[in-house]
Ligand binder design. Structure first.
Ligand SMILES: NC(=O)C1=CN([C@@H]2O[C@H](COP(=O)(O)OP(=O)(O)OC[C@H]3O[C@@H](n4cnc5c(N)ncnc54)[C@H](OP(=O)(O)O)[C@@H]3O)[C@@H](O)[C@H]2O)C=CC1
Ligand SMILES: O=C([O-])CC(=O)C(=O)O
Length: 252
């Protein structure tokens, strides 16, 4: 059974920890000790105060659900320790130099970097952009101002531009833009809106290309303790882990 280490023990990790589908969590680490200890009570897995101690454990795959900064700080070491990694804070890979370096480390070590679909649908077939022309790729994300930690009584456009610039400004809110970019192999135009009238995290994706066009709108329920994070992101990781060893792979 695959041995999973959780790097980051916040909202997403708690949903994973409480899942009953048989995920084998063997080690926990969080910058905030109490959070790792809380998940230790739920899972029975030990919580490690230091990352170095955590990564020495007998783990097959580390699930990162911490922060963009955690990926920058630890992803290379995780791969070099002989473990695969699931990266939810995929915004860390917006920087091409870092991304290429990490991929070359994974290749050298014979390990895999897995990017879950996270808070959106449609990432699977968008990979056709790697072999076929895409002429438009726009992500319009709308969240309640509370999620974005701002105060406004009306709908307001906070950002319009490139994904790498947006994730630099909103590292906890727009990882999906970078996931879209990596899947499709194309730059994504990003709009980030704050709207007090919405209570769910909404992502609209507009794509046009040689294949035709599609429009996708998803209205995500937030995680219980963190309105910025969609519950779907945690479900996406649980599903990824459950499918790792299956003989049939569904979706592009
Ligand atoms: N790709 C996608 O579609 C999605 C990506 N995300 C991303 O997933 C991540 C997890 O989300 P969520 O569970 O809601 O976040 P939370 O803030 O609830 O939990 C993250 C935990 O990780 C800790 N942490 C942060 N950096 C480090 C580090 N370097 N080493 C150890 N622990 C660390 C945090 O501590 P502290 O509070 O002190 O920082 C916090 O306890 C976020 O980066 C979020 O932006 C979320 C949803 C969708
Ligand atoms: O959870 C969401 O809706 C999306 C999100 O925070 C992110 O992409 O970082």
């Amino acid at each position: 059974m695959i041995r999973v280490g959780l790097l980051g023990c916040g909202n997403v990790a708690e949903v994973i920890a409480k899942d009953k589908s048989g995920i084998n969590i063997v080690a926990l680490h969080d910058a905030v000790r109490e959070r790792a200890e809380h998940l230790s009570e739920i899972t029975g897995a030990p919580a490690y105060d230091s990352f170095e101690e955590f990564i020495r454990q007998d783990i097959d795959i580390v699930v990162e659900a911490a922060s963009v900064f955690a990926v920058t700080a630890h992803a290379e070491e995780i791969l070099k320790a002989g473990k695969d990694i699931v990266i939810l804070s995929v915004g860390a890979l917006a920087e091409k130099e870092f991304r290429d370096h990490l991929i070359s480390v994974a290749e050298k070590e014979g390990r895999k970097i897995r990017i879950p679909s996270g808070a959106i649908m449609g990432l699977d077939n968008l990979k056709i952009g790697q072999i076929s022309g895409i002429t438009k790729l726009l992500l319009r994300t709308t969240k309640n101002p509370r999620s974005l930690r701002i105060n406004t009584g009306e709908r307001v456009l906070l950002f319009s531009g490139r994904a790498d610039d947006c994730i630099r400004q909103y590292p906890k809110n727009i990882n999906v833009a970078v996931a879209l970019e990596l899947a499709s192999g194309h730059e994504v135009e990003v709009e980030l809106w704050a709207d007090p009238a919405v209570d769910r995290n909404m992502h609209e994706i507009f794509v046009e290309g040689e294949f035709g066009d599609f429009y996708l709108k998803i209205k995500n329920n937030p995680c219980p303790e963190n309105p910025a994070t969609s519950y779907l992101a945690a479900l996406s990781i649980i599903t990824l882990l459950n499918n790792l060893e299956k003989a049939i792979i569904i979706g592009t």
